[in-house]
Design a protein around this ligand. Structure first.
Ligand code: ATP
Length: 239
């Protein structure tokens, strides 16, 4: 298995508060991996460490074969790490098209032309974004805005796409519509991490899953082999 991301023995803290304890986390090229855990389990902290937004207090992160534990966030984007942040963080007052364009000049350049994500390819993936391309982004529904956020991240030409709770606050139908696109995104050569509160959705949409509890990995393995009971124990802790 060729790993695109390897996290070894990772610890992270906010001041005196330790949020991650010796986390081991790995994603192979072409995999979809789900990261689950209750509120405050440490999922966002792990993503922040991987994307260079916080420095780990111990441990090692390697992305695309290079140590990146101390690499700043902007340099990681150029290496092929893109994030769909929680809450989408789109630019209000700008059109759908301009929100997509923002990422184009920060994108990785070493991508073969045929595999490159372009605005027309994003329009094929999410046709509604073509119809509404000249509208201000805040006029779109929550689901459509999430499609813009995913499209914008893809235009950075990521090797690895980190999706932080993309289903939050969206209707099940639109969540399904977005999740149905993951195989197509992966087929284009992008590995995917989904941070997801909906455990069944996380399980059914991923090849492998990890569960965090109070900063520690309490379960990991192939999603199809892990039962909901084991997930429940890992998610809430043994009582
Ligand atoms: P959620 O699902 O609510 O986003 P999470 O699993 O992503 O939760 P984190 O946001 O990583 O959890 O938080 C892990 C722990 O670190 C929590 O106890 C949280 O209160 C704490 N924490 C997060 N950010 C900070 C911060 N900036 N300063 C201090 N503590 C923080």
């Amino acid at each position: 298995m060729r790993a695109i991301l390897k996290v070894r023995n990772l610890c992270a803290a906010y001041g005196d508060f330790q949020a991650l304890f010796n986390v081991e986390f790995e994603i192979a090229a072409g995999e979809v991996v789900a990261l689950i855990g209750a509120n405050g389990a440490g999922k966002s902290t792990l993503l922040k460490a991987v994307t260079g937004l916080i420095s780990p207090s111990a441990g090692e992160i390697a992305f695309a074969g290079e140590s990146t534990s101390r690499t700043p966030a902007h340099a990681l984007v150029r290496k092929g790490l893109a994030m769909v942040p929680e809450g989408r963080r789109l630019f209000r007052g700008m059109t759908v098209e301009d929100n997509l364009r923002v990422c184009l000049d920060r994108s990785r350049t070493d991508v073969e032309q045929a595999l490159r994500w372009t605005i027309p390819r994003i329009h094929e993936l999410f046709p509604v974004l073509k119809e509404r391309r000249r509208e201000l982004v805040e006029r779109l529904s929550g689901g459509q805005q999430q499609m813009v956020a995913v499209g914008r991240a893809l235009l950075a030409q990521p090797r690895l796409l980190l999706c932080d709770e993309i289903s939050l606050g969206l209707a099940p139908k639109v969540v399904k519509e977005i999740y149905q696109k993951l195989p197509e995104i992966r087929a284009g050569g992008t590995s995917i991490v989904i941070v997801e509160q909906d455990v069944s959705l996380a399980k059914s949409s991923s090849d492998r899953l990890y569960c965090l509890l109070e900063g520690r990995v309490t379960l990991s393995g192939p999603s199809c082999e892990i039962g909901l009971e084991a997930i429940s124990r890992a998610y809430f802790g043994a009582h």
